[in-house]
Design a protein around this ligand. Structure first.
Ligand SMILES: Cc1cc2nc3c(=O)[nH]c(=O)nc-3n(C[C@H](O)[C@H](O)[C@H](O)COP(=O)(O)OP(=O)(O)OC[C@H]3O[C@@H](n4cnc5c(N)ncnc54)[C@H](O)[C@@H]3O)c2cc1C
Length: 506
């Protein structure tokens, strides 16, 4: 079907009817310019692609019916679920196809239901379109919480589960995909299937981290535990990468230096003299000495930690934190801490969002590069990329996040791809740029990827974006064959999530 014809078919209810799409689903397809434009861009502001129509589903059945219809006939068009479109490279777009605006599933009534069973403990059944902030708010009403997060909570459950969902809790609980008991998935063929590690496990495992390629997640059963009330939120400064990474690795080893269970959250940042540097976490009185430290060294590293606590630990928490921080190598006097509510800690990036929005610095281009780097090469990455490419070339560095996680907290049966070493680092190079300047940052990104290739650093991209078939083959490595088999089984006409570009040539 040509794009033009598809547009014609969609705009004509008679023809859609003849093609099998019932009128009640056809009536939820819109091709007015506002609908089309609203799905033609994303967080990255780099890719712009127009769909032929947008589906505003009221039910899981609407999605299943559309997919069944889309498999009819001899030619096929792409269909993409659009969560909150916080992808950076058009992953939730469907050029000349159909975008499903998942948010209208919210019209079905409450889509976060908290329950308990003897075998699973507490859990929440959550719509794939739900924002994690809404999941948090709903579960906190029961004094419960999911355990594994992303840094930013205005992302959908289906969107993050299609990648992995990582943050400073991953070292302890694994990524979000390993904290799911069960899924409802509408496959590329339009079948609605409930799956878990026991029931149709191949669909369950391939959908988790599966870049939306085998199905659309319409419900996820998420593990919950008791919610803490507050968090001690700490940042420690380093001028030496080896001390920084060695301390991070100790923090994630599960044991504080004193053999106790340690911190609940461990991340880290790289700060560069050329900025921009966000000092909003620190007392204003300390800004001059932090800036002068940065000017002295050109590059600094900070470890970010959180220790959760509740009312019973109120009196002892300061002592506990002091003990946990004993014996680490941060720069004396460069330790900063805040005591905040649990929700304010988890929702911290939203506070930044509000500030950036007032400065018109939120809806700009985001030429991001997210990598997983094996522990054995992270020092080479520091020398070659942080101190080499970025510092030496004075690239405005934006936000750089880096922290280690453990492979044994991931499940290799899932589609998400990580390096082979037991400990690996995420390196998130979160550049922002003017709408016309992102290419310059992409050139830097290309230089970084080339450096890793030349130096033999076996990175994997997180939130991957590749243009060439060979890059996808290399990315999936030993998982390629099974991923292809699952695609063939559940989406044989290669309809789903065309914006990921995984199966353009595979
Ligand atoms: C400010 C910011 C901070 C971030 N921080 C983190 C972080 O800390 N950790 C982390 O892991 N990620 C982070 N991300 C990345 C984010 O997790 C991914 O971009 C995620 O895909 C965004 O979710 P979304 O709902 O906007 O998905 P979308 O961009 O709408 O969709 C992403 C992909 O998933 C598919 N998809 C969407 N919904 C479904 C569904 N229900 N079923 C199947 N497929 C679906 C889409 O078709 C698309 O291919 C961050 C992004 C931003 C913008």
């Amino acid at each position: 079907m040509t794009p033009l014809l598809l547009g014609f078919f969609i705009s004509s209810s008679t023809v859609t009817g003849q093609l099998g799409l019932p009128p009640d689903v056809a009536s939820k397809l819109h091709n007015d310019s506002q609908s089309i434009n609203s799905t033609a861009t994303d967080w990255g502001r780099i890719v712009h692609q127009s769909a032929a129509a947008v589906l505003y589903p009221n039910s899981t059945n609407d999605i299943a019916t559309l997919l069944q219809f889309a498999n009819n006939g001899s030619t096929h068009f792409g269909i993409a679920a659009r969560g909150n479109a916080h992808s950076a490279r058009g992953q939730a777009m469907a050029k000349d196809g159909i975008v499903i605006n998942m948010t209208t599933l919210n019209n079905m009534g409450s889509r976060v239901v908290v329950s308990k069973s003897t075998s699973l403990g507490s859990y929440a059944d959550v719509g794939g379109e739900q924002l994690w902030i809404d999941v948090l708010r709903a579960t906190l009403e029961h004094d419960l919480t999911p355990v594994s997060w992303t840094d930013y909570l205005y992302l959908t459950v289906g969107g993050t589960l299609s990648n992995a969902g990582i943050s400073g809790q991953t070292f302890r609980y694994g990524p979000q995909i390993t904290n799911v008991h069960e899924l409802d998935v509408v496959t590329g063929k339009g079948d609605l299937i409930t799956c878990s590690s026991d029931q149709t496990p191949e669909l369950f495992y391939s959908a988790l981290g599966g870049l939306g390629q085998v199905g659309i997640i319409t419900r996820a059963r998420i593990a919950l535990q008791s919610a803490p009330k507050r968090a001690i939120w700490i940042r420690l400064f380093y001028n030496d990468f080896s001390a920084f990474s060695s301390d991070q690795e100790t923090f994630i080893s599960g044991n504080g230096k004193q053999g106790n269970i340690g911190f609940d959250y461990v991340e880290g940042f790289v700060l560069m003299q050329q900025g921009p540097v966000d000092l909003s976490f620190y007392p204003v009185a300390d800004h001059p000495r932090i800036t002068s430290l940065l000017n002295q060294y050109g590059i600094l590293y900070t470890i970010e930690l959180a220790k959760y606590y509740d009312d019973t630990a109120k009196k002892s928490i300061d002592k506990v934190v002091k003990v946990l921080l004993n014996g680490f190598s941060y720069l004396p006097g460069f330790i900063f801490q805040q005591d905040v509510s649990y929700i304010d800690f988890l929702n911290r990036v939203h506070t930044e969002e509000e500030t950036l929005r007032t400065l018109d610095l939120w809806d700009i281009a985001h030429p991001w590069l997210n990598l997983f780097v094996p522990k054995s090469r992270i020092a080479d990455f520091d020398t070659g990329v942080f101190k080499g490419i970025l510092l030496k070339e004075k690239v405005p560095a934006g936000l750089i996040i880096t922290y280690p996680m453990k492979r044994n907290k991931w499940d290799n049966k899932m589609s998400a791809v990580i390096p082979g070493e037991e400990v690996f680092y995420v390196v998130a190079l979160l550049h922002s740029s003017g709408l016309q300047e992102w290419q310059q940052f992409d050139e830097v990104n290309a230089e970084i990827l080339q450096f890793c290739k030349d130096a033999g650093i076996m990175i994997k991209q997180y939130l991957p974006h590749y243009e060439k078939q060979q890059d996808w083959i290399d990315h999936f490595g030993s998982k390629l064959q099974s991923f292809q088999e699952m695609k063939f089984k559940y989406d044989p006409n290669k309809i789903l999530a065309p914006g990921q570009r995984v199966f353009d040539d595979l």
